[in-house]
Ligand binder design. Structure first.
Ligand code: G6P
Length: 587
Protein backbone atom coordinates (compact mmCIF):
# COMPACT_ATOMS: atom_id res chain seq x y z
CA UNK A 1 0.00 0.00 0.00
CA UNK A 2 0.96 3.64 -0.17
CA UNK A 3 3.76 4.88 2.06
CA UNK A 4 4.42 8.31 3.59
CA UNK A 5 7.68 9.84 4.83
CA UNK A 6 8.44 13.37 5.99
CA UNK A 7 11.53 15.08 7.37
CA UNK A 8 12.36 18.42 8.93
CA UNK A 9 15.74 19.18 10.50
CA UNK A 10 19.28 20.27 9.73
CA UNK A 11 20.17 17.66 7.12
CA UNK A 12 19.30 17.79 3.42
CA UNK A 13 15.82 16.31 3.27
CA UNK A 14 15.96 14.50 -0.08
CA UNK A 15 18.42 11.69 0.85
CA UNK A 16 16.52 11.11 4.13
CA UNK A 17 13.22 10.93 2.24
CA UNK A 18 14.57 8.62 -0.48
CA UNK A 19 16.06 6.34 2.18
CA UNK A 20 12.72 6.30 4.03
CA UNK A 21 10.83 5.49 0.84
CA UNK A 22 13.23 2.58 0.12
CA UNK A 23 12.39 1.20 3.56
CA UNK A 24 8.69 1.34 2.74
CA UNK A 25 9.11 -0.38 -0.62
CA UNK A 26 8.13 -3.74 0.84
CA UNK A 27 4.57 -2.46 1.24
CA UNK A 28 4.11 -2.48 -2.55
CA UNK A 29 3.71 0.58 -4.82
CA UNK A 30 3.75 1.65 -8.47
CA UNK A 31 4.89 5.29 -8.42
CA UNK A 32 6.76 7.62 -6.09
CA UNK A 33 7.46 11.28 -5.47
CA UNK A 34 8.94 13.82 -3.11
CA UNK A 35 8.49 17.55 -2.44
CA UNK A 36 11.21 19.60 -0.76
CA UNK A 37 11.13 23.22 0.42
CA UNK A 38 14.25 24.75 -1.09
CA UNK A 39 14.72 28.20 0.44
CA UNK A 40 11.01 28.25 0.99
CA UNK A 41 10.18 27.28 -2.62
CA UNK A 42 8.40 23.96 -3.29
CA UNK A 43 10.32 21.59 -5.59
CA UNK A 44 8.61 18.38 -6.64
CA UNK A 45 9.88 15.22 -8.38
CA UNK A 46 7.43 12.44 -9.27
CA UNK A 47 7.92 9.28 -11.32
CA UNK A 48 6.09 6.11 -12.28
CA UNK A 49 7.90 2.95 -11.16
CA UNK A 50 10.52 2.44 -8.50
CA UNK A 51 12.06 4.87 -6.02
CA UNK A 52 15.32 4.57 -8.03
CA UNK A 53 13.55 6.53 -10.79
CA UNK A 54 13.55 9.57 -8.50
CA UNK A 55 17.26 10.19 -9.22
CA UNK A 56 16.58 13.87 -10.01
CA UNK A 57 15.44 14.34 -6.42
CA UNK A 58 19.06 13.96 -5.24
CA UNK A 59 19.83 17.44 -6.52
CA UNK A 60 17.06 19.06 -4.45
CA UNK A 61 18.33 21.27 -1.67
CA UNK A 62 16.39 22.06 1.45
CA UNK A 63 15.88 20.59 4.88
CA UNK A 64 12.09 20.12 4.89
CA UNK A 65 10.31 17.59 2.71
CA UNK A 66 7.65 14.94 2.27
CA UNK A 67 7.69 11.79 0.14
CA UNK A 68 5.30 9.09 -0.97
CA UNK A 69 5.07 5.71 -2.62
CA UNK A 70 1.69 5.25 -4.29
CA UNK A 71 -0.28 2.07 -4.85
CA UNK A 72 -2.88 3.07 -7.41
CA UNK A 73 -6.54 3.04 -6.40
CA UNK A 74 -8.12 6.11 -8.06
CA UNK A 75 -6.35 6.73 -11.36
CA UNK A 76 -3.71 4.72 -13.21
CA UNK A 77 -0.12 4.38 -11.95
CA UNK A 78 1.64 7.37 -13.55
CA UNK A 79 3.87 10.34 -12.67
CA UNK A 80 0.84 12.61 -12.98
CA UNK A 81 -1.10 10.67 -10.37
CA UNK A 82 1.89 10.19 -8.07
CA UNK A 83 2.00 12.24 -4.85
CA UNK A 84 2.79 14.89 -3.62
CA UNK A 85 -0.10 16.87 -5.06
CA UNK A 86 0.37 20.60 -5.01
CA UNK A 87 -2.19 23.38 -5.13
CA UNK A 88 -1.46 27.05 -4.46
CA UNK A 89 1.71 26.32 -2.52
CA UNK A 90 0.25 23.46 -0.46
CA UNK A 91 1.85 20.03 -1.03
CA UNK A 92 0.09 16.93 0.23
CA UNK A 93 0.86 13.22 0.44
CA UNK A 94 -2.06 10.98 1.32
CA UNK A 95 -2.66 7.34 2.24
CA UNK A 96 -6.21 6.02 2.30
CA UNK A 97 -9.31 6.79 0.24
CA UNK A 98 -11.30 10.02 0.22
CA UNK A 99 -14.79 8.65 -0.33
CA UNK A 100 -16.45 12.00 -1.05
CA UNK A 101 -13.67 13.11 -3.44
CA UNK A 102 -16.03 13.37 -6.43
CA UNK A 103 -18.39 15.76 -4.63
CA UNK A 104 -15.53 17.85 -3.23
CA UNK A 105 -13.86 17.99 -6.61
CA UNK A 106 -17.08 19.26 -8.16
CA UNK A 107 -17.16 22.07 -5.55
CA UNK A 108 -13.57 23.01 -6.38
CA UNK A 109 -14.26 22.93 -10.12
CA UNK A 110 -17.26 25.18 -9.54
CA UNK A 111 -14.88 27.63 -7.86
CA UNK A 112 -12.87 27.61 -11.08
CA UNK A 113 -9.99 25.49 -9.76
CA UNK A 114 -8.25 22.99 -12.03
CA UNK A 115 -6.96 19.50 -11.28
CA UNK A 116 -3.80 17.89 -12.59
CA UNK A 117 -4.43 14.25 -11.65
CA UNK A 118 -7.19 11.62 -11.54
CA UNK A 119 -6.66 10.90 -7.86
CA UNK A 120 -9.00 11.32 -4.93
CA UNK A 121 -6.04 12.76 -2.98
CA UNK A 122 -5.51 15.94 -4.99
CA UNK A 123 -8.70 17.44 -3.64
CA UNK A 124 -7.11 17.51 -0.16
CA UNK A 125 -4.51 20.06 -1.31
CA UNK A 126 -7.35 22.21 -2.70
CA UNK A 127 -9.34 22.07 0.54
CA UNK A 128 -6.32 22.97 2.67
CA UNK A 129 -5.33 25.83 0.37
CA UNK A 130 -8.89 27.08 0.55
CA UNK A 131 -9.02 26.84 4.36
CA UNK A 132 -5.62 28.49 4.86
CA UNK A 133 -5.70 31.83 6.68
CA UNK A 134 -2.13 32.02 7.97
CA UNK A 135 -1.96 28.86 10.10
CA UNK A 136 -1.37 25.50 8.40
CA UNK A 137 -2.50 23.36 11.34
CA UNK A 138 -5.88 25.11 11.53
CA UNK A 139 -6.27 24.79 7.76
CA UNK A 140 -5.58 21.04 7.86
CA UNK A 141 -8.00 20.57 10.76
CA UNK A 142 -10.70 22.48 8.89
CA UNK A 143 -10.08 20.59 5.65
CA UNK A 144 -10.14 17.23 7.47
CA UNK A 145 -13.69 17.98 8.68
CA UNK A 146 -14.80 17.96 5.04
CA UNK A 147 -13.32 14.55 4.27
CA UNK A 148 -15.04 11.20 4.57
CA UNK A 149 -13.14 7.94 4.18
CA UNK A 150 -9.67 7.23 5.47
CA UNK A 151 -6.54 9.29 5.48
CA UNK A 152 -3.03 9.72 6.72
CA UNK A 153 -1.76 13.09 5.54
CA UNK A 154 1.53 14.96 5.58
CA UNK A 155 1.34 18.56 4.41
CA UNK A 156 3.92 21.24 3.52
CA UNK A 157 3.35 24.89 2.77
CA UNK A 158 5.51 27.00 0.53
CA UNK A 159 7.45 29.41 2.76
CA UNK A 160 6.55 27.41 5.88
CA UNK A 161 8.83 25.80 8.45
CA UNK A 162 6.74 22.87 9.58
CA UNK A 163 5.05 19.68 8.45
CA UNK A 164 1.45 19.13 9.50
CA UNK A 165 -0.02 15.64 9.68
CA UNK A 166 -3.46 14.11 10.19
CA UNK A 167 -4.73 10.62 10.74
CA UNK A 168 -8.08 8.88 10.32
CA UNK A 169 -8.17 5.08 9.88
CA UNK A 170 -4.76 4.97 8.22
CA UNK A 171 -1.58 4.56 10.28
CA UNK A 172 0.83 7.44 10.85
CA UNK A 173 3.76 7.78 13.23
CA UNK A 174 5.79 10.88 14.03
CA UNK A 175 9.21 10.73 15.66
CA UNK A 176 11.49 13.27 17.29
CA UNK A 177 15.29 13.04 17.22
CA UNK A 178 18.06 15.54 18.05
CA UNK A 179 17.15 18.74 16.20
CA UNK A 180 15.08 16.87 13.63
CA UNK A 181 11.62 15.31 13.31
CA UNK A 182 10.19 12.62 11.09
CA UNK A 183 6.84 11.27 10.04
CA UNK A 184 6.02 8.00 8.30
CA UNK A 185 3.23 5.56 7.72
CA UNK A 186 5.31 2.71 9.13
CA UNK A 187 8.04 2.54 11.76
CA UNK A 188 10.96 1.20 9.63
CA UNK A 189 11.02 4.41 7.59
CA UNK A 190 11.88 6.54 10.62
CA UNK A 191 13.30 4.20 13.18
CA UNK A 192 16.67 4.79 14.70
CA UNK A 193 17.46 3.79 18.20
CA UNK A 194 16.59 6.38 20.80
CA UNK A 195 14.15 8.40 18.73
CA UNK A 196 10.89 9.12 20.48
CA UNK A 197 7.86 7.98 18.48
CA UNK A 198 4.30 9.26 18.65
CA UNK A 199 1.69 6.94 17.18
CA UNK A 200 -1.17 9.15 16.02
CA UNK A 201 -4.66 7.98 16.95
CA UNK A 202 -7.73 8.48 14.81
CA UNK A 203 -8.78 12.12 14.73
CA UNK A 204 -5.37 13.40 15.82
CA UNK A 205 -3.09 15.92 14.14
CA UNK A 206 0.62 16.61 14.52
CA UNK A 207 2.82 19.61 13.89
CA UNK A 208 6.46 18.79 13.24
CA UNK A 209 9.23 21.35 13.53
CA UNK A 210 12.98 20.71 13.69
CA UNK A 211 12.76 21.06 17.47
CA UNK A 212 9.67 19.13 18.34
CA UNK A 213 6.60 17.02 17.55
CA UNK A 214 3.31 18.26 18.98
CA UNK A 215 -0.02 16.44 18.87
CA UNK A 216 -3.42 18.13 18.63
CA UNK A 217 -7.02 16.97 18.80
CA UNK A 218 -9.66 17.80 16.20
CA UNK A 219 -10.40 21.14 17.90
CA UNK A 220 -6.76 22.16 17.76
CA UNK A 221 -6.18 21.60 21.49
CA UNK A 222 -2.72 20.36 22.43
CA UNK A 223 -2.56 16.71 23.52
CA UNK A 224 -0.01 15.87 26.20
CA UNK A 225 1.39 12.41 25.46
CA UNK A 226 4.79 10.92 26.14
CA UNK A 227 6.33 9.34 23.05
CA UNK A 228 7.70 5.81 23.16
CA UNK A 229 11.42 5.23 22.72
CA UNK A 230 12.03 3.05 19.68
CA UNK A 231 13.90 -0.16 20.30
CA UNK A 232 16.38 -2.15 18.23
CA UNK A 233 13.78 -4.75 17.21
CA UNK A 234 11.74 -2.07 15.47
CA UNK A 235 14.54 -0.88 13.25
CA UNK A 236 14.68 -1.61 9.55
CA UNK A 237 15.24 -5.31 8.88
CA UNK A 238 18.36 -6.73 7.30
CA UNK A 239 18.39 -9.28 4.46
CA UNK A 240 21.77 -10.65 5.56
CA UNK A 241 23.27 -12.98 2.96
CA UNK A 242 19.90 -13.98 1.52
CA UNK A 243 18.95 -12.95 -2.01
CA UNK A 244 15.40 -12.15 -0.89
CA UNK A 245 13.55 -11.42 2.34
CA UNK A 246 10.99 -14.09 1.47
CA UNK A 247 13.59 -16.86 1.52
CA UNK A 248 15.06 -15.55 4.77
CA UNK A 249 11.62 -15.37 6.31
CA UNK A 250 10.88 -19.00 5.40
CA UNK A 251 14.06 -19.96 7.28
CA UNK A 252 12.78 -17.92 10.22
CA UNK A 253 9.63 -20.08 10.53
CA UNK A 254 10.94 -22.21 13.43
CA UNK A 255 11.70 -19.10 15.50
CA UNK A 256 8.39 -17.50 14.53
CA UNK A 257 6.57 -20.62 15.71
CA UNK A 258 8.57 -20.86 18.91
CA UNK A 259 7.72 -17.23 19.73
CA UNK A 260 4.03 -17.71 18.96
CA UNK A 261 3.18 -20.79 21.03
CA UNK A 262 1.18 -19.95 24.16
CA UNK A 263 0.75 -22.20 27.19
CA UNK A 264 -2.52 -22.78 29.05
CA UNK A 265 -0.90 -20.86 31.88
CA UNK A 266 -0.46 -17.83 29.59
CA UNK A 267 -4.15 -17.86 28.69
CA UNK A 268 -5.08 -18.19 32.35
CA UNK A 269 -2.92 -15.25 33.44
CA UNK A 270 -4.07 -12.98 30.63
CA UNK A 271 -7.79 -12.96 31.18
CA UNK A 272 -8.86 -15.69 28.73
CA UNK A 273 -10.18 -18.23 31.28
CA UNK A 274 -13.82 -17.18 31.28
CA UNK A 275 -14.05 -16.92 27.50
CA UNK A 276 -12.28 -20.22 26.94
CA UNK A 277 -14.50 -22.02 29.45
CA UNK A 278 -17.73 -20.63 28.04
CA UNK A 279 -17.22 -20.24 24.29
CA UNK A 280 -19.57 -22.46 22.31
CA UNK A 281 -19.21 -20.72 18.96
CA UNK A 282 -16.23 -19.19 17.25
CA UNK A 283 -16.20 -16.85 14.25
CA UNK A 284 -12.95 -15.93 12.53
CA UNK A 285 -12.61 -12.86 10.29
CA UNK A 286 -9.53 -12.25 8.16
CA UNK A 287 -8.16 -11.60 4.66
CA UNK A 288 -5.63 -13.31 2.42
CA UNK A 289 -3.19 -15.63 4.12
CA UNK A 290 -4.69 -14.81 7.52
CA UNK A 291 -8.02 -16.12 6.19
CA UNK A 292 -6.32 -19.40 5.34
CA UNK A 293 -4.89 -19.55 8.89
CA UNK A 294 -8.50 -19.22 10.02
CA UNK A 295 -9.55 -22.12 7.81
CA UNK A 296 -6.73 -24.25 9.25
CA UNK A 297 -7.82 -23.33 12.79
CA UNK A 298 -11.39 -24.32 11.95
CA UNK A 299 -10.20 -27.71 10.70
CA UNK A 300 -8.23 -28.28 13.91
CA UNK A 301 -10.76 -26.97 16.45
CA UNK A 302 -13.74 -28.72 14.88
CA UNK A 303 -11.84 -31.99 14.43
CA UNK A 304 -10.26 -32.10 17.88
CA UNK A 305 -12.87 -30.34 20.02
CA UNK A 306 -16.11 -30.41 18.05
CA UNK A 307 -16.63 -26.67 18.69
CA UNK A 308 -18.23 -25.07 15.63
CA UNK A 309 -16.06 -22.49 13.90
CA UNK A 310 -17.11 -20.24 11.00
CA UNK A 311 -14.46 -18.46 8.95
CA UNK A 312 -15.38 -15.29 7.08
CA UNK A 313 -13.52 -13.24 4.57
CA UNK A 314 -13.56 -9.93 6.42
CA UNK A 315 -14.72 -8.07 3.30
CA UNK A 316 -17.73 -10.38 3.05
CA UNK A 317 -18.51 -10.33 6.77
CA UNK A 318 -18.80 -6.56 6.82
CA UNK A 319 -21.24 -6.29 3.93
CA UNK A 320 -23.27 -9.51 3.71
CA UNK A 321 -25.29 -9.14 6.92
CA UNK A 322 -23.92 -12.29 8.60
CA UNK A 323 -26.12 -13.92 11.20
CA UNK A 324 -23.96 -13.38 14.26
CA UNK A 325 -24.51 -14.76 17.75
CA UNK A 326 -23.57 -12.18 20.37
CA UNK A 327 -22.08 -14.95 22.51
CA UNK A 328 -19.64 -16.03 19.78
CA UNK A 329 -15.95 -15.42 20.30
CA UNK A 330 -14.79 -13.51 17.20
CA UNK A 331 -11.15 -13.89 16.31
CA UNK A 332 -9.76 -11.21 13.99
CA UNK A 333 -6.54 -12.49 12.43
CA UNK A 334 -4.23 -9.97 10.80
CA UNK A 335 -0.46 -9.97 10.53
CA UNK A 336 -0.34 -6.18 10.24
CA UNK A 337 -3.34 -5.40 12.42
CA UNK A 338 -4.11 -2.61 9.94
CA UNK A 339 -6.10 -4.35 7.18
CA UNK A 340 -9.13 -2.12 6.64
CA UNK A 341 -11.64 -4.92 6.02
CA UNK A 342 -10.50 -6.89 9.07
CA UNK A 343 -10.72 -3.81 11.29
CA UNK A 344 -14.23 -3.11 10.03
CA UNK A 345 -15.31 -6.73 10.55
CA UNK A 346 -13.92 -6.71 14.11
CA UNK A 347 -15.76 -3.47 14.81
CA UNK A 348 -19.00 -4.95 13.50
CA UNK A 349 -18.56 -8.06 15.67
CA UNK A 350 -18.11 -5.79 18.71
CA UNK A 351 -21.28 -3.92 17.82
CA UNK A 352 -23.11 -7.28 17.70
CA UNK A 353 -21.96 -7.92 21.26
CA UNK A 354 -19.21 -10.44 20.51
CA UNK A 355 -15.94 -10.56 22.41
CA UNK A 356 -13.16 -9.82 19.92
CA UNK A 357 -9.84 -11.57 20.16
CA UNK A 358 -7.17 -9.89 18.03
CA UNK A 359 -4.43 -12.15 16.68
CA UNK A 360 -1.75 -9.98 15.16
CA UNK A 361 1.97 -9.69 14.66
CA UNK A 362 2.02 -5.97 15.42
CA UNK A 363 1.52 -5.14 19.08
CA UNK A 364 0.91 -1.45 18.44
CA UNK A 365 -1.54 -1.85 15.58
CA UNK A 366 -5.05 -0.44 15.33
CA UNK A 367 -6.54 -3.93 15.74
CA UNK A 368 -4.93 -4.39 19.15
CA UNK A 369 -6.53 -1.21 20.41
CA UNK A 370 -10.05 -2.30 19.52
CA UNK A 371 -9.92 -5.85 20.88
CA UNK A 372 -11.08 -7.33 24.17
CA UNK A 373 -8.42 -10.04 24.14
CA UNK A 374 -5.05 -10.02 22.47
CA UNK A 375 -2.58 -12.58 21.18
CA UNK A 376 0.55 -11.12 19.62
CA UNK A 377 2.50 -13.52 17.44
CA UNK A 378 6.27 -13.37 17.61
CA UNK A 379 7.05 -13.76 13.92
CA UNK A 380 9.19 -10.61 13.92
CA UNK A 381 8.92 -8.11 11.12
CA UNK A 382 7.83 -9.70 7.84
CA UNK A 383 9.09 -7.76 4.84
CA UNK A 384 8.10 -10.01 1.92
CA UNK A 385 4.72 -8.86 0.65
CA UNK A 386 3.50 -12.45 0.34
CA UNK A 387 3.10 -13.69 3.92
CA UNK A 388 5.21 -16.70 4.92
CA UNK A 389 6.46 -17.00 8.51
CA UNK A 390 3.49 -15.01 9.81
CA UNK A 391 1.22 -17.82 8.55
CA UNK A 392 2.96 -20.47 10.65
CA UNK A 393 3.10 -18.02 13.59
CA UNK A 394 -0.67 -17.51 13.33
CA UNK A 395 -1.15 -21.28 13.28
CA UNK A 396 1.08 -21.67 16.35
CA UNK A 397 -1.13 -19.19 18.23
CA UNK A 398 -4.40 -20.66 16.94
CA UNK A 399 -3.34 -24.24 17.71
CA UNK A 400 -2.28 -23.00 21.19
CA UNK A 401 -5.76 -21.56 21.55
CA UNK A 402 -7.19 -24.93 20.52
CA UNK A 403 -5.07 -26.66 23.19
CA UNK A 404 -6.15 -24.06 25.77
CA UNK A 405 -9.84 -24.57 24.89
CA UNK A 406 -9.25 -28.28 25.52
CA UNK A 407 -7.44 -27.60 28.82
CA UNK A 408 -10.24 -25.40 30.15
CA UNK A 409 -12.79 -28.08 29.22
CA UNK A 410 -10.71 -30.87 30.74
CA UNK A 411 -10.18 -32.50 27.36
CA UNK A 412 -6.92 -33.65 25.84
CA UNK A 413 -5.53 -32.73 22.45
CA UNK A 414 -2.01 -33.19 21.05
CA UNK A 415 0.35 -30.40 22.04
CA UNK A 416 1.20 -27.91 19.28
CA UNK A 417 4.64 -27.66 20.91
CA UNK A 418 5.43 -31.01 19.29
CA UNK A 419 5.43 -29.23 15.92
CA UNK A 420 8.36 -27.02 16.81
CA UNK A 421 11.26 -29.40 16.10
CA UNK A 422 9.49 -30.52 12.91
CA UNK A 423 9.48 -27.06 11.31
CA UNK A 424 13.23 -26.89 10.69
CA UNK A 425 13.19 -30.49 9.48
CA UNK A 426 10.38 -29.66 7.05
CA UNK A 427 12.37 -26.75 5.59
CA UNK A 428 15.33 -29.08 5.01
CA UNK A 429 13.18 -31.87 3.53
CA UNK A 430 11.57 -29.39 1.12
CA UNK A 431 14.81 -28.66 -0.76
CA UNK A 432 13.62 -30.87 -3.65
CA UNK A 433 11.09 -28.26 -4.78
CA UNK A 434 13.89 -26.17 -6.32
CA UNK A 435 14.02 -28.87 -9.01
CA UNK A 436 10.28 -28.53 -9.63
CA UNK A 437 10.53 -24.87 -10.62
CA UNK A 438 11.15 -25.29 -14.41
CA UNK A 439 8.05 -27.47 -14.78
CA UNK A 440 5.88 -25.07 -12.75
CA UNK A 441 7.27 -22.00 -14.50
CA UNK A 442 6.09 -23.45 -17.83
CA UNK A 443 2.63 -24.36 -16.52
CA UNK A 444 -0.59 -23.08 -18.03
CA UNK A 445 -2.36 -23.71 -14.75
CA UNK A 446 -1.44 -25.33 -11.45
CA UNK A 447 -3.63 -27.32 -9.06
CA UNK A 448 -3.06 -27.80 -5.36
CA UNK A 449 -5.27 -30.63 -4.09
CA UNK A 450 -6.19 -31.95 -0.68
CA UNK A 451 -8.99 -32.92 1.66
CA UNK A 452 -9.78 -31.58 5.12
CA UNK A 453 -6.80 -29.75 6.64
CA UNK A 454 -4.80 -30.62 3.49
CA UNK A 455 -7.29 -28.61 1.45
CA UNK A 456 -6.73 -25.56 3.69
CA UNK A 457 -2.99 -25.93 3.08
CA UNK A 458 -3.66 -26.31 -0.67
CA UNK A 459 -5.55 -22.99 -0.70
CA UNK A 460 -2.63 -21.18 0.90
CA UNK A 461 -0.21 -22.93 -1.48
CA UNK A 462 -2.14 -21.71 -4.51
CA UNK A 463 -2.41 -18.15 -3.14
CA UNK A 464 1.36 -18.00 -2.57
CA UNK A 465 1.98 -19.36 -6.06
CA UNK A 466 -0.33 -16.86 -7.77
CA UNK A 467 0.97 -13.89 -5.78
CA UNK A 468 4.59 -14.16 -6.84
CA UNK A 469 4.70 -16.25 -10.05
CA UNK A 470 1.78 -14.43 -11.77
CA UNK A 471 0.61 -17.83 -13.05
CA UNK A 472 -2.90 -19.16 -12.57
CA UNK A 473 -3.24 -21.65 -9.72
CA UNK A 474 -6.15 -23.18 -7.87
CA UNK A 475 -6.42 -24.76 -4.48
CA UNK A 476 -9.06 -27.41 -4.76
CA UNK A 477 -10.88 -29.99 -2.68
CA UNK A 478 -9.56 -33.24 -4.11
CA UNK A 479 -13.05 -34.76 -4.16
CA UNK A 480 -14.52 -31.83 -6.06
CA UNK A 481 -12.11 -32.01 -8.97
CA UNK A 482 -14.22 -34.24 -11.13
CA UNK A 483 -17.17 -31.87 -10.80
CA UNK A 484 -15.60 -29.42 -13.18
CA UNK A 485 -11.94 -28.53 -12.88
CA UNK A 486 -10.80 -31.90 -14.20
CA UNK A 487 -11.71 -30.51 -17.62
CA UNK A 488 -8.51 -28.41 -17.36
CA UNK A 489 -6.16 -31.29 -16.56
CA UNK A 490 -3.51 -32.06 -19.18
CA UNK A 491 0.27 -32.18 -19.46
CA UNK A 492 0.50 -28.38 -18.98
CA UNK A 493 -1.20 -28.43 -15.56
CA UNK A 494 1.14 -29.75 -12.86
CA UNK A 495 -0.69 -30.93 -9.76
CA UNK A 496 0.56 -30.76 -6.18
CA UNK A 497 -1.29 -33.28 -4.01
CA UNK A 498 -1.18 -33.07 -0.22
CA UNK A 499 -1.76 -36.11 1.99
CA UNK A 500 -1.24 -35.93 5.75
CA UNK A 501 -4.34 -37.61 7.11
CA UNK A 502 -4.33 -41.39 6.97
CA UNK A 503 -8.14 -41.54 6.71
CA UNK A 504 -8.15 -39.32 3.63
CA UNK A 505 -4.85 -40.05 1.90
CA UNK A 506 -6.12 -42.86 -0.32
CA UNK A 507 -9.09 -40.72 -1.34
CA UNK A 508 -6.76 -37.91 -2.35
CA UNK A 509 -4.72 -40.42 -4.34
CA UNK A 510 -7.88 -41.17 -6.34
CA UNK A 511 -7.74 -37.58 -7.60
CA UNK A 512 -4.06 -38.14 -8.39
CA UNK A 513 -5.00 -41.13 -10.57
CA UNK A 514 -7.59 -39.01 -12.35
CA UNK A 515 -5.23 -36.16 -13.24
CA UNK A 516 -2.36 -38.53 -14.09
CA UNK A 517 -4.63 -40.35 -16.52
CA UNK A 518 -5.07 -37.01 -18.33
CA UNK A 519 -1.33 -36.42 -18.60
CA UNK A 520 -0.83 -34.02 -15.67
CA UNK A 521 2.53 -34.32 -13.90
CA UNK A 522 1.94 -35.09 -10.20
CA UNK A 523 4.01 -33.79 -7.28
CA UNK A 524 3.29 -35.18 -3.85
CA UNK A 525 3.72 -33.57 -0.44
CA UNK A 526 3.05 -36.14 2.26
CA UNK A 527 4.21 -37.82 5.45
CA UNK A 528 3.48 -41.33 4.15
CA UNK A 529 6.56 -42.96 2.54
CA UNK A 530 4.44 -45.65 0.87
CA UNK A 531 2.64 -43.09 -1.30
CA UNK A 532 5.88 -41.62 -2.66
CA UNK A 533 6.76 -44.74 -4.64
CA UNK A 534 3.55 -44.80 -6.68
CA UNK A 535 4.13 -44.63 -10.43
CA UNK A 536 1.95 -41.54 -10.83
CA UNK A 537 4.25 -39.45 -8.63
CA UNK A 538 6.89 -37.52 -10.62
CA UNK A 539 8.57 -36.14 -7.52
CA UNK A 540 7.75 -35.85 -3.84
CA UNK A 541 8.55 -34.11 -0.57
CA UNK A 542 8.38 -36.43 2.41
CA UNK A 543 7.77 -34.49 5.62
CA UNK A 544 7.71 -35.71 9.23
CA UNK A 545 4.37 -37.02 10.50
CA UNK A 546 2.39 -34.97 13.02
CA UNK A 547 -1.17 -34.62 14.27
CA UNK A 548 -3.05 -34.39 10.92
CA UNK A 549 -5.25 -31.55 12.16
CA UNK A 550 -2.09 -29.47 12.74
CA UNK A 551 -0.26 -30.56 9.58
CA UNK A 552 -0.72 -27.32 7.53
CA UNK A 553 1.97 -25.74 9.70
CA UNK A 554 4.43 -28.11 8.03
CA UNK A 555 2.82 -28.91 4.68
CA UNK A 556 2.62 -25.25 3.60
CA UNK A 557 6.43 -24.89 3.92
CA UNK A 558 7.27 -26.72 0.64
CA UNK A 559 4.44 -24.82 -1.07
CA UNK A 560 5.91 -21.48 0.04
CA UNK A 561 9.30 -22.65 -1.21
CA UNK A 562 7.83 -23.85 -4.51
CA UNK A 563 6.26 -20.44 -5.11
CA UNK A 564 9.55 -18.77 -4.21
CA UNK A 565 11.72 -20.99 -6.42
CA UNK A 566 9.35 -20.66 -9.38
CA UNK A 567 9.20 -16.85 -9.02
CA UNK A 568 13.00 -16.66 -8.91
CA UNK A 569 13.23 -19.01 -11.92
CA UNK A 570 10.89 -16.63 -13.78
CA UNK A 571 13.05 -13.67 -12.68
CA UNK A 572 10.19 -12.11 -10.72
CA UNK A 573 11.00 -10.25 -7.53
CA UNK A 574 9.32 -12.45 -4.90
CA UNK A 575 9.57 -9.74 -2.24
CA UNK A 576 7.63 -7.15 -4.22
CA UNK A 577 4.98 -8.80 -6.37
CA UNK A 578 3.37 -6.53 -8.90
CA UNK A 579 0.05 -4.89 -7.95
CA UNK A 580 0.13 -6.25 -4.39
CA UNK A 581 0.67 -4.52 -1.09
CA UNK A 582 1.86 -5.80 2.27
CA UNK A 583 -0.78 -4.11 4.31
CA UNK A 584 -4.08 -3.23 2.65
CA UNK A 585 -5.30 -0.22 4.56
CA UNK A 586 -8.12 0.63 2.17
CA UNK A 587 -11.14 -1.55 1.45
C1 G6P B 1 -2.26 -8.42 1.82
C2 G6P B 1 -0.94 -9.18 1.84
C3 G6P B 1 -1.19 -10.63 2.23
C4 G6P B 1 -1.94 -10.72 3.55
C5 G6P B 1 -3.24 -9.90 3.49
C6 G6P B 1 -3.86 -9.77 4.87
O1 G6P B 1 -3.04 -8.86 0.76
O2 G6P B 1 -0.31 -9.11 0.60
O3 G6P B 1 0.05 -11.32 2.35
O4 G6P B 1 -2.23 -12.04 3.83
O5 G6P B 1 -2.97 -8.58 3.04
O6 G6P B 1 -3.01 -9.00 5.67
P1 G6P B 1 -3.03 -8.99 7.23
O7 G6P B 1 -1.98 -7.99 7.62
O8 G6P B 1 -4.40 -8.56 7.65
O9 G6P B 1 -2.72 -10.36 7.70
Amino acid sequence: MCGIVGYIGKRRASPVLLDGLKKLEYRGYDSAGIAVLDQGILRVVKRQGRVEELGAAHSLDGCIGIGHTRWATHGAPSARNAHPHVFRGIAVVHNGIIENAAALRALCLARGETFLSDTDSEVVAHLIAHAFCGDLLSAVIRAARELTGSFALAVLREGGEEIVCARKKSPLIAAAGEGESFVASDIPAIAASGRRAYILQDGEFARLTAEDVQLYDENGALIAREGVVLEEGELAPDRGTYAHFMRKEIDEIPRAVQNSLFSADYFQKNGFSEVLCQTEYIDIVACGTAYHSGLCAKAAIEELLRIPVRVFLASEYRYTRPIVRGDALTIAVSQSGETADTLAAAQLAKEKGCKVLALTNCARSTLTRMSDLLLVTGAGREVGVAATKSFQAQLAALYSLCAALAYFRKKRVPSPKDLLPLCGQSIRESAAVAGWAPCFAAARNVFFLGRGADRCAALEGSLKFKEITYLPAEGYAAGELKHGALALADETTPVVALAFDERLAEKTMNAVHEVYARGAPVFLVTCFPALCGQKEVSSFVLLPACEPAFSPMLSVIPLQLLAYETAVFLKNDPDKPRNLAKSVTVE
